[in-house]
Design a protein around this ligand. Structure first.
Ligand code: ACO
Length: 325
């Protein structure tokens, strides 16, 4: 059986930091409301770099930390719900920019769950592929998907990109178990980028819609589904919840993470958070967190830690992976 592991991580955050206070000059909101409801204190917004630009910079950071050349990569998947456009894909632009001449490349959209979906998919493809390495990125410019007059969503999101290089290994397998799902019945709880049919037979509104979110609906779905999903992968992985070193959850709301920690009866310190700095960066949120922890040597430090990656979002979609890294 082919074994797969994570070789390196990387990220790129656009440099322009926007504090909650900065937002108050654009809309009727307050630092107090945002911090109390979400834990967010700032986010970074792109001043022009599109999603592919952020992803290319993140890809260079991933490759810098690795031992391989770009032409050894056979697969590039970019998880995004804010691509530059429908075609070419962000992944194709990354493939060109980093000169990964041997790689197939495509984007994947599972909203905020995108990175977990993409990592799970890449790991499966790699096991049956003739090549040895896959680059998996999550990248978003959420700021262009948002209606900046809607304070209910505008204060929540941020821009960024990050990812991992995974590859075949003779060492033990790092991918232990997983649980991935979708519930399209609740799809209307988060919508973005809708476009109507418009052709010579029917004329309609040509505009593309901004992001809409039913925050309560998602909050309730997450606090119900995610603890279950985490428990399932732990059971399937033949381990105990006390043996999990870190629970890395999609950074959408600090309150959600605290509730999940309480429901699982685990100390909140085992749920690292960086939402205060970045806001919700959708598919980029988990790889940004993973890269920060890796650079601090808290994970991917050779200690064989058991790590949960769990994400949720539009679709609705959710997914949890148990890794031993
Ligand atoms: N500043 C000040 N006041 C505000 C703001 C703001 N930015 N936004 C809303 N309010 C007001 C509302 O108008 C409302 O006032 P009212 O009672 O007078 O009408 C009040 O604050 C409460 O608003 P709610 O929307 O009910 O606030 P809630 O407590 O539900 O918090 C939040 C909203 C933070 C969005 C929460 O529901 C949440 O985090 N949900 C989960 C979202 C999530 O996890 N999304 C992840 C998926 S994202 C993806 O896949 C891309």
């Amino acid at each position: 059986k082919t074994h797969v592991k994570i070789y390196s991580t990387g990220k790129y955050i656009p440099p322009h930091r926007v504090s909650n206070h900065d937002l108050t000059s654009w809309m009727d909101t307050s630092d107090e409301w945002i911090v109390k409801r979400t834990g967010i204190r700032s986010r970074y917004l792109s001043r022009g770099d599109n999603t592919s630009d952020l992803c290319v910079k993140a890809a260079h950071d991933v490759l810098e930390g690795s031992h391989i050349d770009a032409d050894e990569i056979g697969l590039i998947i970019v998880a995004t719900m804010s691509p530059d456009g429908q075609s070419p894909s962000v992944a194709s632009k990354v493939q060109s920019a980093i000169q990964a001449g041997q790689a197939m490349a495509f984007d994947m959209n599972a909203a905020c769950s995108g990175f977990v979906y993409a990592l799970s998919t890449a790991e499966k493809i790699l096991r049956h592929a003739p090549y040895s390495y896959a680059l998996v990125l999550g990248g978003e410019v959420m700021s262009k998907e948002i209606d900046w007059t809607d304070r209910k969503t505008a204060v929540l999101f941020g821009d960024g990109a990050a990812g991992v290089l995974i590859g075949k290994t003779d060492e033990s397998d790092q991918f232990i178990s997983e649980d991935l799902h979708a519930n399209g019945d609740k799809g209307e709880a988060l919508t973005s980028g809708n476009r109507q049919v418009d052709n010579p037979l029917v004329q309609s509104d040509k505009s593309v819609s901004y992001l809409t979110m039913d925050g309560r609906e998602i909050f309730n779905f997450v606090t119900r589904s995610i603890p279950d999903s985490i428990q399932k992968v732990i059971e399937a992985g033949g381990t105990d919840i006390e043996d999990i070193d870190y629970f890395l959850l999609h950074q959408a709301n600090a309150r959600i993470i605290e509730i999940v920690a309480r429901k699982l009866k685990r100390p909140v310190e085992t749920f690292p958070m960086n939402i205060q700095n970045y806001g919700n960066t959708s598919a980029a949120s988990l790889p940004i967190l993973l890269d920060e922890l890796a650079k601090e040597k808290k994970v991917l430090n050779g200690k064989k830690q058991k790590i949960i990656l769990s994400a949720f979002g539009g679709g609705l979609t959710w997914g949890t992976l148990l890794l031993e890294i």
